[in-house]
Design a protein. Structure first.
Length: 145
C-alpha cells in the first residue's frame, strides 16, 4: 500500500469511530444523515464513512443546535449553504435571528436566576435573623426591582 493510500485511510472514519470521536451515538449520526444535515458518503463497498471535514461541519451543526436553532432552521441553513455564496446574505440573516433569540433567552435566564438568588438571600436572612420574620419575599424583592 502506498503512503498516499495509507494517509487517505487515516483520514476516513467508520460511523462507530466517528461517533466515538465526536461524542454522539451512531443513531444520532444516522438521524442527522436522514434529515439531510450531514451528507452521506459511501465507499466502494457501500459502507458509510466520514472525513476530517465532517468533524468541522458536525461541530458547527452542534453549535447551531446549542443556540436553540430549530430543526427547520437547520434544514433551511443547509439548503441555503448548498446553493453557494449567493445565499450568504440569507444565511447571515438567519444566524442573526437565531443569535438574537438566544440572547433573549440568556437574558430571561439571567433575570430568573437573579430572582432565585434573591430568594436564597431572603431564606438566608430568615435563617440568620437579619430579615424580620414578618417580611414577605414580595416586599423583600421590591428593594431590588
Amino acid at each position: 500500500m502506498s503512503l498516499t493510500a495509507k494517509s487517505e485511510l487515516k483520514q476516513t472514519f467508520t460511523i462507530g469511530e466517528f461517533a466515538q470521536k465526536v461524542g454522539l451515538s451512531t443513531y444520532t449520526l444516522r438521524f442527522y444523515e436522514q434529515e439531510g444535515l450531514i451528507i452521506l458518503q459511501r465507499d466502494s463497498a457501500n459502507r458509510r464513512y466520514y472525513t476530517e471535514k465532517d468533524f468541522g461541519w458536525l461541530g458547527f451543526l452542534l453549535h447551531l443546535k446549542g443556540t436553540g436553532m430549530t430543526m427547520n432552521e437547520m434544514h433551511l441553513y443547509v439548503q441555503l449553504r448548498a446553493q453557494g455564496d449567493k445565499t450568504i446574505p440569507a444565511r447571515k440573516q438567519l444566524l442573526e435571528h437565531v443569535r438574537q433569540r438566544a440572547l433573549d433567552q440568556i437574558n430571561e435566564i439571567q433575570h430568573s436566576l437573579e430572582i432565585v438568588n434573591h430568594k436564597i438571600d431572603w431564606y438566608n436572612g430568615k435563617l440568620n435573623c437579619t430579615i424580620a420574620a414578618s417580611e414577605s419575599f414580595a416586599n423583600y424583592l421590591q428593594k431590588f426591582l
